[in-house]
Design a protein around this ligand. Structure first.
Ligand SMILES: Nc1ncnc2c1ncn2[C@@H]1O[C@H](COP(=O)(O)OP(=O)(O)OP(=O)(O)O)[C@@H](O)[C@H]1O
Ligand SMILES: [Mg+2]
Ligand SMILES: [Zn+2]
Length: 158
């Protein structure tokens, strides 16, 4: 029989090499995958755990994403701070955590969030990527039309 403690740890299996995104605000695992461009056709082995008990996160719940054989770099993960400000990125090598980083809110985010203003040039047929200034963790301002997003940023993910 597998002991209870080990069973808990087996909730998401161990990986030899790759990245573990831990402490994701519960309910946002799929948004994290979206931000990382991981879709149904991605070849990487990805495990997702949702609503895992956590002492640290609001409501005592967190999501976790584990990506095998891919080491995320800060620039690609900092976008995650928009929807999961407490996320930590652990790099795993030979089963051990060799690096642990908190996500840092970038000053500007390009091509991650759609402008709510349908007349904005970033929504036109012009080849212009959306670009927002990050005013704080829940407030974005479009660099083209100055429209503000101040609630439910996840709803605007491209
Ligand atoms: N080899 C591995 N395969 C898969 N997941 C792993 C592996 N090693 C660690 N993890 C996971 O990575 C995260 C960080 O691991 P760590 O051992 O640093 O835990 P911790 O001490 O709880 O860290 P923290 O203080 O960040 O919560 C945990 O969610 C853990 O389950
Ligand atoms: Mg922990
Ligand atoms: Zn705009």
């Amino acid at each position: 029989m597998i002991p209870k403690k080990v069973k808990e740890e087996l909730r998401v299996r161990s990986i030899r090499n790759g990245s573990v995104i831990d402490h994701i605000t519960a309910g946002n695992a799929l948004n994290v995958l979206k931000i990382l461009d991981i879709t149904g056709t991605t070849k990487a082995i990805v495990s997702v755990a949702m609503n895992v008990p956590s002492k640290r996160l609001p409501f005592g719940r967190k999501d976790i994403v584990k990506i095998e054989d891919r080491e995320l770099i800060p620039a690609e993960v900092d976008k995650i701070a928009l929807i999961a400000p407490q996320a930590t990125i652990n790099i795993i090598r030979d089963y051990e955590v060799v690096q642990k980083n908190s996500v840092v809110l970038p000053n500007v985010i390009t091509h991650v969030v759609r402008c709510p203003n349908l007349n904005c040039i970033s929504n036109s047929t012009e080849p212009v990527y959306s670009k927002f200034s990050v005013l704080n963790s829940f407030m974005l301002r479009c660099n083209y039309c100055e429209t503000i997003i101040d609630s439910d940023i996840a709803a605007y993910l491209i």
